[in-house]
Structures are given as C-alpha cells and as structure tokens.
Design a binder for this molecule. Structure first.
Ligand SMILES: [Zn+2]
Length: 384
C-alpha cells in the first residue's frame, strides 16, 4: 500500500517536471504563433492593385478582399486623387472601408483629400505624425497653430511671411486632415501589433511603426524622419502574403528585424520607390520574396529604383515588376501556395533590372523631397 502511494508520488513528480518545460515551450513558441496565425482563407479571390499614379512619383495601393472589403493604402501625389478615384470606379469599389496613410509626405497623401471627398470612406488610419518641416523652412509655430493663432501681438511683417510659406508647404497635410474631419470617417492612430480583419480570411497586420517612434535626433546619422516612421503592413491570405512597406528606411527594417516578427512574404512592395536607403541585404534575406514590386515614377530624379537594391533582389531570385515601366500591377490570389497571378497594364519587353541614376539625394536630412520638389520633369526624359 505504502509502496503504491510512493510510486504514485514519483509519477506525479515526473509529470510535473514534464509539464513545466512543455508549458514553457507552449507559452514561448506556440502562443505567439497562434496569436499571429492568420485566419483560414475562404478560397475566393483577393486582389491587390499597385496603381500607376503617373510619371511624377507617388504610391497608391488598392486591396479588395475576398468579401469585397476595400482598403486603399496611400493616394498618390497632389492632384492624383482623380486617378485613384477612376481606379475605384474601374474595380467597382463603391466605398473605401479603410484608407491608410503610411506617412505624411505629399507623394503618399497629396491625393488623399480628393479621394476622401470623392468617395465614402469609413475608416482612416495613420501613424499620428505630422509633416517634418525642415529647419530652413520652419517658423516658430507649426502651420496649423499659425493658422489658429493669428498675430496676436506686434508680430512684424517679416514674421508673417515665412508663416505663409510654411502653411503652403504643408497644405497637402492640412487638406488631408480637413477632408478626414469633414468626411465623418472614423479616425484611428495605429502602431505595430494592430490587426485588421478584412474578410474572407484576409488580414492586415501592422509591423511598424513601433512606439516610441523614431525622433529627429535618431535621424542625425542619416534617414528621413517621416519615412522612418512609415506604417508597414503585412497582408496575409492563406499561404499568400505581401509586405507593404510605405517609404520605410533601413532603420525601420532594422527595428523589424530585431523584433522577432514574421517578415517572410510572397511579395514585397519594395520600400521607398526602390531607394538605396532601404531594402537592406538582411531585410531581403528575411523577407525572401518570390516577387518584388517597385512603385516609382519614370520622371523621378532620386535614382528610384536604385541599381544596388535591384541587384540585391535579383541575387535573391525575386521576380521584379515596376510601375514606371509596366504601369498598374495587379495581383490576384485565392490564398493557396504558389497560387497568384500578376498582370501589368503595359506589356512588352522592358529591362526591369536596370536602375535609374539619381540627380538628387532621396533621404536627405535637410529638407527635400517632401516640399515641392516634384516639379516639371527633367528635360532629358522623353515624354509620351
Ligand atoms: Zn514616397
């Protein structure tokens, strides 16, 4: 009797000893996997359209989920909203369930006010940051504050002049915010870890920015602040996945690499129009994309896409598509492995692996591409 009790005690002790490591493994590995596991795909078609928003640079990506939920990520440059609205019409999108602004630069949200005014938008999501006005153009008060607090005391005429300039350089942002307010759409600031179920088994997961956001001081050694805080999203649908990187910088990639995130993706929307300041070797190795898509304008003067980035993608055996050479790029999938079809608006032989030479730095620490730099095209380029 006492022997049996003794045996039973031993067995319990062994069981406990086995359960502790099993519990640890479950908590450490199975739970995170379970938490990030995408839902089961419905098997219906999901569409991703990398829109062609013209030869002057800009990003705009339309996702239509298997249940018809529509998501627009960025809206092209100022005055390009109508191009986006035409695309919505073409794909029979009656309303936007989500509009996501990756970061406050005009080539991403310049067309947002037109889009928000031109169609019904239910939810607007951004990272909560405002444009980073270069010191050379900045005034004591931010543009919004300057508008709300008109010269209360004896401000001289010189003080007022730069205020008007500042107001005009952030007009794209003010117009976006005003359009959001007037639209009645719900607004939400997002950050890494947030998930959005878009129906039919498709899901968006925010991978960046992570709080605390990058600060101006952290950019002193290089990189552009709004770009570094870009929203980065992973789209999952069954075995299909796509990484939508906005204009993320190498610093953003580095943060994601150190956060133990699942970055491996079927398709990579190459960051920052193919800039040399992003798509680092380590990042490409972790993402391991089968396909890379570059959204850039044929008149851009920033060397987009950079030859170094294209060489890295080629060495990783990715297939490459480019909006500057092939127009709009459409991806459709039913969520099974290797089951995706890519179509381009323009067909014909083009050398997608030839990068462009830059005439201007595309990640300056001092001012730049955000403010009226996308003027008329360089004379050397043939207009069609
Ligand atoms: Zn951009």
């Amino acid at each position: 009797m006492s022997r049996a009790t003794k045996g039973c005690g031993c067995a319990s002790a062994v069981l406990v000893l086995l359960l502790i490591p099993a519990g640890y493994v479950g908590w450490k590995y199975v739970l995170p996997w379970w938490k990030t596991k995408p839902p089961t795909p419905s098997g219906k078609e999901l569409q991703v359209h990398i829109l062609d928003v013209g030869p002057v640079e800009g990003d705009s990506i339309l996702i239509i989920s298997p249940t018809g939920t529509s998501v627009l990520i960025d809206a092209g440059d100022t005055n390009k909203g109508k191009v986006v609205l035409e695309a919505l019409k073409r794909y029979n999108v009656q309303q936007l369930d989500f509009f996501i602004a990756t970061h406050p630069h005009p080539d991403h949200i310049g067309g947002a006010d037109e889009v928000i005014k031109g169609t019904k938008v239910l939810r607007v999501i951004d990272n909560g940051t405002e444009p980073d006005v270069p010191e050379s153009l900045a005034v004591k008060q931010g543009p919004k504050v300057a508008q709300k607090k008109p010269a209360q005391d004896k401000k001289s005429a010189q003080d007022k002049k730069p205020a008007a300039k500042s107001s005009s350089i952030t007009k794209f942002y003010d117009d976006y915010k005003d359009a959001v307010t007037q639209s009645g759409a719900s607004y939400e600031k997002t950050q890494a870890g947030t998930k959005y179920d878009i129906g039919g088994g498709a899901r968006l997961m925010v991978l960046a920015p992570t709080e605390p956001l990058f600060t101006k001081d952290q950019m002193k050694t290089g990189g552009n602040l709004p770009n570094a805080n870009s929203i980065v999203i992973r789209l999952d649908y069954g075995d299909f996945s796509m990484l939508l990187t906005g204009d993320a910088e190498e610093q953003t990639e580095h943060r994601m690499l150190t956060k133990d995130m699942n970055l491996r993706s079927t398709i990579l929307k190459v960051s920052h129009h193919g800039s040399k300041y992003a798509t680092s070797q380590d990042f490409v190795e972790r993402v391991k994309p089968e396909v890379a898509v570059v959204s850039c304008g044929e008149w851009n003067r920033y060397g987009h896409p950079s030859q170094a980035v294209l060489d890295r993608l080629k060495a990783a055996n990715a297939k490459l598509f480019r909006t500057d050479l092939q127009g709009e790029i459409t991806i459709t999938t039913r969520g099974k492995e290797k089951d995706y079809v890519i179509k381009t608006a323009k067909e014909g032989a083009v050398d997608v692996w030839a990068g462009r030479a830059g005439q201007k730095d595309d990640s300056t620490r001092s001012g730049f591409i955000a403010y009226g730099d996308f003027g008329p095209p360089p004379k050397a380029v043939n207009r069609k």
